[in-house]
Ligand binder design. Structure first.
Ligand code: GUN
Ligand code: ZN
Length: 450
């Protein structure tokens, strides 16, 4: 049967820039049969589009799908276990858990659950780390494909200073990654590959140099961690004394480019910041994890004033939640903490608009996908969420605080996955959130959820 187009009526909110939102109250979102945003208007288009289905979501808020630009699929099972500092935490939880991904069944169940949970939280695009296992990474791509999420995925690479059960031979690590690139990069227009050197401590210079070359040749993404924890920085500088700084290691080995996403970047010096700007590398800000692992507080306002390009990442399981609503509020609260500790009362904290931008259009820009996703704009792919901020309001629909910004603020501060009612990717309804969280429609979700 030929698919018809669809019209959605609701409060529509989308970011234009870190400072500006586009609000239609109410608005009409017109989706083509191919899943592209055909129009967005205040005027009712029904007279002109008689064969389009009409969906009245008055009282609901429609926004773009969220974009999580840093997380670890392989760590989700221990999310929320007490935080320690990074290096101890890696040894205690992350490495032993990642070892289990040698088992294909474990890798398959974990991947299926992870993408399902991301979608349930309103995330329609993700950038994620698997483990050093090639097959587990291949399985993750298969599960992402089934779930219909947009995903940029990478096999973790580590060829030094790693536990014996995860360490790889340099050549094998590169070979496995190349094979995965050939199989999965740019598949269905939704799946992409990210070369994933874990961080400098676990990567040899040769590995990083070769990754830099492959990234250029194949035009794939690079993701890694940078300047997260003081002890990590000290060890890195001892391991690589020939370089001027932690960032300089990545710069000199050719890892920094516009498709590089650097997680954390908390303790950067001004020279390091210049290298990131010069190479147009991107920062995935992970405020929940930064506090949970006591790594530090990233100086958001300083970076914003310097025009660094930032997005948000949950960093599960350094972060305890896959919810980008949680990540937005953590980002705002973290930015206040910097100001409180520096005693500089005249620095403005992150605003609701900025947080929303980072979770949507900022994420799309950091992944170089802004021409396709990140906002409700004509010509973009229709990735959007139907949310219900009224349902979590203490006064429900009797609340006197219902202007669009107030609703968005309540959504961010009080929302969890229960406010995400429906999730659409490329115009297709992927998730309907009914009473007992039953996930209908997409047969992928008929599998038992956690
Ligand atoms: N640095 C190197 N590996 C990791 C990891 O798995 N999580 C976090 N948060 N930082 C890292
Ligand atoms: Zn991480």
């Amino acid at each position: 049967m030929k698919k018809s187009g669809a019209i959605y009526k609701a409060l529509l909110i989308s970011a234009k820039s870190p400072k500006k939102l586009k609000i239609y109250n109410p608005g009409f979102l017109v989706i083509s049969p191919e899943g592209i945003i055909e129009n967005i208007s205040k005027k009712d288009p029904r007279k002109k589009l008689k064969n389009y289905s009409f969906h009245d979501y008055s009282g609901f808020l429609i926004c773009p799908g969220f974009i999580d630009t840093h997380n670890h699929l392989s760590q989700y099972s221990f999310a929320g276990l007490e935080g320690q500092e990074l290096l101890t935490w890696l040894k205690t939880y992350a490495f032993p858990e990642e070892k289990k991904f040698k088992d294909q069944k474990i890798a398959q169940i974990a991947a299926q659950n992870f993408f399902q949970e991301l979608i349930r939280n309103g995330t329609t695009t993700t950038l994620t780390y698997i483990t050093t296992h090639k097959i587990a990474t291949d399985i993750a791509f298969q599960q992402a494909q089934k779930s219909k999420i947009r995903a940029i995925i990478g096999k973790v690479m580590m060829d030094q200073n790693s536990p014996r059960f995860l360490i790889e031979k340099t050549a094998q690590s590169l070979k496995d990654s190349l094979e995965l690139i050939d199989k999965w990069h740019n598949k269905d227009g939704r799946l992409f590959y990210a070369l994933t050197p874990r961080f400098a401590i676990t990567c040899s210079r040769k590995l990083m140099q070769d990754i830099g070359k492959i990234a250029q040749e194949k035009n794939v993404y690079v993701q890694t961690h940078l300047s997260e924890n003081h002890q990590e920085i000290q060890i890195t500088q001892k391991l690589f004394p020939q370089y001027k700084s932690y960032t300089d290691i990545y710069y000199q080995t050719g890892l920094l480019c516009p498709r590089t996403i650097l997680a954390h970047c908390i303790h950067l010096t001004s020279t390091e910041i210049q290298l990131i700007k010069k190479t147009q590398s991107k920062i995935a800000h992970c405020p929940t994890s930064n506090r949970f692992l006591m790594s530090g507080i990233m100086p958001f306002r300083k970076y914003q004033n310097l025009n660094l390009q930032m997005s948000l990442g949950t960093d599960v399981a350094g972060g305890y939640s896959l919810s980008m609503l949680n990540e937005m509020r953590e980002a705002i609260e973290n930015s206040k903490t910097v100001i409180l500790f520096q005693g500089k009362k005249n620095i403005p904290p992150m605003t609701i608009t900025e947080a929303f931008y980072l979770a949507t259009l900022g994420g799309a820009k950091n992944l170089s996908l802004q021409s396709q996703i990140g906002s409700l704009e004509k010509g973009k792919q229709a990735d959007f969420l139907i949310t219900d901020p009224i349902s979590i309001d203490p006064m429900r629909d009797k609340s006197p605080y219902q202007n669009p910004i107030q609703l968005l603020s309540k959504l961010i501060y009080r929302g969890n996955n229960s406010v995400i009612k429906e999730v659409y990717i490329k115009g297709e309804k992927i998730m309907i959130y009914k009473k007992h969280q039953s996930l209908l429609r997409n047969p992928h979700f008929s599998a038992k959820s956690s």
